[in-house]
Design a protein. Sequence first.
Length: 289
Amino acid sequence: MSEPGFEAPEDAPPGSPVWYGLLFTPAAHRETITALWSLRAAIMASVRRPSEPAVAQARLEWWRAEARGFGAGREQHPTTRLLADAAPRGAIQPEFLLEIVDAAASELQDVPCRNYAELALYCYRASGVLHEMIVGTLGLAKPENERAARRFAQRLGSGIQLVEIIAGLRGDIAAGRRFLPRDWIVETGAEEQVGEDGRIDPATRACLDRLAGEARIALDEASSSLPAAERPAQRSGLVLAALYRRQLARLHKAEFNPQALPGNLDNLWTAWRAARRAGRVNESDTRHG
């Protein structure tokens, strides 16, 4: 297979699940889908770069204005301008972009998720909305499948975000970010600390076990909820579901320590097999776009 003709977002290095998701995106839509991933990464990075809270808030207000002006010819960022020109009509709405900004804003709160319901809302805003826009961009084979396709996108995005939270726990703790539901922490007495050997305390691991269960359910529901007629067009999402299920299983086996995981070399087989199940893979789509 040739190297793909796209430039993936900075947070999607070659061999990563998102990189493979983009690789198996139809060439006609790859630039637009890549731009959506890049835009989401830029918004979330607004509050994760080291800075004063006031600076982060100012960045978010800029993104709010950018989101409100989307589709009205007031886009300023190169990525939003590209999306305004390239995305199918109605696939991207200002309200969708504002949800992502709200997800980023919640990370500035001392207690972003008091319970699992709030964590689920965060996952929808941070990732579910992104996949709704991706589904809309790729299009539907049958209009009557819209509701099921949106359900697919929402559950896929939520599952992916939960796996990312599990994989990024150590870095988030070091950065002062706490995503585990506070009521779970109180119930288990979790310390949310990482030892020098990379191990976490048993109570925190119990919380991650619970979170992994929710992620697995979401990813399984995503794969099973998509109607057969929509699977070929949405194969990139099905590839992501397969890859994140695999990553979740490997994280669990490694006691949720990402540093103990092997490389991504075997992700190609998982991605290719999922794409084959979704429908016949057009080799020209996975070559230079």
